[in-house]
Design a protein around this ligand. Structure first.
Ligand code: NAD
Length: 414
């Protein structure tokens, strides 16, 4: 486990990209730090009658290219440092996808999995009102992330709208009945698969002969699994927080999706597979490894044992810089988070566009636009990487940094 902070790790990637595009010192200082960071107390009356005070954060990293955009996570790891790191990633991600948003992230340091729905709702409403003065459909637009979902977004939208008037575009990732976009829920996992298909074409992977392992079976992991299964790709390993399952012959993905849809832990599932721990899963035999749960799961301790030829970062920041170097030296290709999981924010952009225009797209249009955006981003990134002989991550950061620097310059930030 690395003892460096998440923000320090993301900044190492930023520094490598900034060096490649020869970012000027003044611009470097503006782009490296966050524009605004707030921490708020979130008091919640628990069902037991006890009052608990949680800590919530919202970090707005850079808004040169549009309103701040980024998810809200409820997790014990969600502190100011982690949220700051994720906000910075969002800035480079939105720019890389050429989506007209800036970067932000938010979170509450909490484990919501043992809270009642009423407690989570009360916490969400309190948090939303506490940060509402810096939110807005043209200012800062949250979305779901770890342990938050369409219901969380509905509570956020309702709390905000009760103070400022009906504002569906204040959050994305909403239920379709509240102005959500058909296709958005699947967009991150599906987008990761579109990018993997781009890599398949470029590198000649022959996906139909690959064995895939996916860590995390929540929104992103389960959609990636469903999409790959539909394409006939063999998924040999999956996991959630309770543990993992592995079968070299391939797992029965529809059965496991059905199992997980009723919120049952994968560790309790039965079938023709071996139970493995999450640590074992990451280093089990496969050609494609898709971490789709937490950050920093591949570090200097396990990077040497990863057996995959390609790592698709569906989670944010799953590979530490030390591990990134080990994977690179071993010839393992890494498709970086700001490219691989950008389907989420791209889909959020499509939802926001529909909300502000009060006009609904059909899901086919949503998916076609998403596929085009992801493929374009993969092609631009891989062409840049080839032209400069650098890994995809460095290319992706460099492209994002250049675009944000141009907008920041035009707006007179520097
Ligand atoms: P989620 O809460 O829906 O699912 C998380 C999954 O990870 C669950 O299966 C959970 O059991 C598992 N998990 C939790 N702790 C774990 C542990 N210690 N070991 C192994 N598995 C564990 O969250 P999500 O929305 O699917 O997000 C997953 C990742 O994708 C996060 O890193 C998130 O930042 C990133 N991401 C999500 C989106 C999105 O649109 N939801 C967009 C971009 C990036």
């Amino acid at each position: 486990m690395s003892d460096r902070s998440s923000y320090a790790m993301v900044n190492q990637y930023f520094d490598e990209g900034a060096e490649l595009v020869r970012l000027k010192d003044e611009m470097y200082d503006v782009l490296k730090s966050s524009y605004r960071e707030i921490a708020v107390q979130v008091p919640v009356r628990m069902d037991s009658g006890e009052l608990r005070v949680f800590l919530g954060y919202r970090v707005q990293h850079n808004g040169a290219r549009g309103p701040y955009k980024g998810g809200i996570r409820y997790h014990t790891s969600a502190n100011l440092d982690e949220v700051r790191a994720m906000a910075s990633l969002m800035t480079w991600k939105t720019a890389l996808l050429d989506v007209p948003f800036g970067g932000a992230k938010g979170g509450i340091t909490v484990d919501p999995t043992d809270m009642s729905p009423r407690e989570v709702e009360a916490m969400t409403r309190r948090f939303t009102l506490a940060i509402s003065h810096i939110l807005g459909d043209n200012r800062d637009i949250p979305a779901p992330d770890l342990n938050t979902n369409a219901q969380t977004m509905a509570w956020m939208m309702d709390a905000f709208s009760s103070r400022y008037g009906y504002t569906p575009a204040i959050v994305t990732g909403k239920h379709v009945d509240l102005g959500g976009a058909p296709g958005r829920e699947a967009a991150t996992g599906r987008g990761a698969v579109y990018v993997l298909e781009g890599a398949d074409r470029k590198w000649g992977l022959d996906l139909s002969r690959q064995r895939v392992v996916i860590q995390g079976f929540g929104n992103v992991g389960s959609w990636a699994a469903r999409e790959l299964h539909q394409r006939g790709v063999k998924i040999v390993g999956v996991s959630d927080v309770s543990g993992g399952l592995y079968s070299d012959a391939g797992l029965d993905i529809p059965a496991l999706l059905g199992w997980a849809s009723t919120h049952r832990p994968l560790a309790d599932a039965t079938g023709d597979f071996d139970a493995v721990t999450n640590d074992e899963l990451l280093v089990s035999p496969c050609e494609v490894l898709i971490p789709a749960a937490l950050g920093e799961v591949i570090d200097e301790d396990n990077a040497g044992q990863v057996q995959a030829a390609v790592v698709v970062e569906a989670a944010n920041n799953p590979v530490t810089p030390e591990a990134d170097k080990i994977l690179h030296d071993r010839g393992i290709k890494v498709i970086p988070d700001i490219l691989a999981n950008a389907g989420g924010v791209t889909g959020s952009y499509f939802e926001w566009v529909q909300n502000v225009q009060r006009f609904r797209w059909k899901e086919d249009r949503f998916n076609a636009e998403l596929a085009e955006a992801m493929q374009r981003a993969f092609n631009v990134t891989s062409a840049f990487a080839d032209a400069h002989s650098v890994p995809l991550r460095r290319a992706a950061f460099a492209i994002g940094i250049e675009r944000v620097a141009r907008a920041s310059k035009l707006r007179g930030y520097v």
